[in-house]
Write a protein that binds this ligand. Structure first.
Ligand SMILES: Nc1ncnc2c1ncn2[C@@H]1O[C@H](COP(=O)(O)OP(=O)(O)OP(=O)(O)O)[C@@H](O)[C@H]1O
Length: 232
């Protein structure tokens, strides 16, 4: 879906000449150190920041305006620091999706266990004027919102602040079991790396390795270091 993509911030930093593909149903992890360009790459890919060179494609066809095209039912995204609207938790998760989707979305996002702690459960007002949720709860609510409507491609930018390692493994396993969507996941966690069909390793804005975990652990020093430092 990206061919030779270059995305630079005003500072000049960013990612250079990255090509990546995600096939239907595939689970692809983008990993790398802090500041290696993982968020810049997914934000550029989704058209949330402009790219300076390269091409974004969907089923082989160039996408002229990714920001308006890569939305449900094609693609959905959870940002590293998402926002909730000033409304109830239920409305934030549903925002127009069907009620039947709610229970599954809450369960898959591992938010169901938090509901009894909230003063009014799903009817608790959240967002700027509502009850203050933890950073993890906000991120899980955003994941639940993403899962409440079908999308062929789910993009997660680092959910590790929302989920402990075991719960993150549960999320990836649940997605695999219950949804057929392709996943593009930014993560440094072993839970994600172990689940990955393919891993893309970034370093200083460049793709330095790509492949399956076992192969990368043999061939990529950067992957080996990341794995050994892994906090999972
Ligand atoms: N909005 C911005 N404006 C200017 N430079 C930025 C901006 N966001 C990121 N950068 C720079 O671009 C480079 C890549 O950052 P990016 O956030 O994509 O890395 P990352 O791998 O996602 O890191 P993290 O693990 O912290 O999320 C870094 O050098 C960073 O300082």
């Amino acid at each position: 879906m990206a061919e030779h993509l270059t995305v630079r911030h005003a500072s000049g930093q960013g990612v250079e000449d990255i090509s990546l593909r995600v096939a239907a149903g595939e689970f692809v992890v983008i990993t790398g150190r802090i500041g290696s360009g993982k968020s810049t790459l997914v934000r550029g890919l989704l058209g949330l920041i402009p790219h300076q060179a390269g091409d974004i494609r969907w089923n082989g066809v160039t996408v002229e305006d990714p920001a308006s095209f890569l939305v449900p039912p094609r693609s959905a995204y959870t940002a590293q620091i998402p926002n909730l609207f000033s409304d109830t938790l239920a409305e934030n998760v549903l925002s127009g999706a069907s009620e039947e989707a709610l229970e599954r979305a809450l369960r898959l996002a591992v938010l169901d266990r938090d509901l009894h702690e909230l003063p009014r459960g799903l009817e608790t007002p959240v967002g700027a004027r509502g009850v203050k949720l933890s950073g993890g709860q906000i991120q899980r609510a955003a994941v639940a919102r993403m899962l409440a409507r079908p999308a062929e491609l789910l993009v997660f930018d680092d959910v590790s602040s929302a989920l402990d390692a075991r719960t993150e493994a549960q999320l990836w396993e649940g997605l695999g079991r219950e949804l057929g969507s392709a996943c593009l996941v930014v993560s440094h966690r072993r839970a994600a790396l172990l689940r990955a069909d393919r891993i893309i390793v970034l370093s200083a804005g460049r793709k330095v390795a790509e492949g399956q975990l076992s192969e990368l652990l043999r061939t990529s020093p950067e992957m080996r270091e990341l794995w050994e430092e892994g906090q999972a």
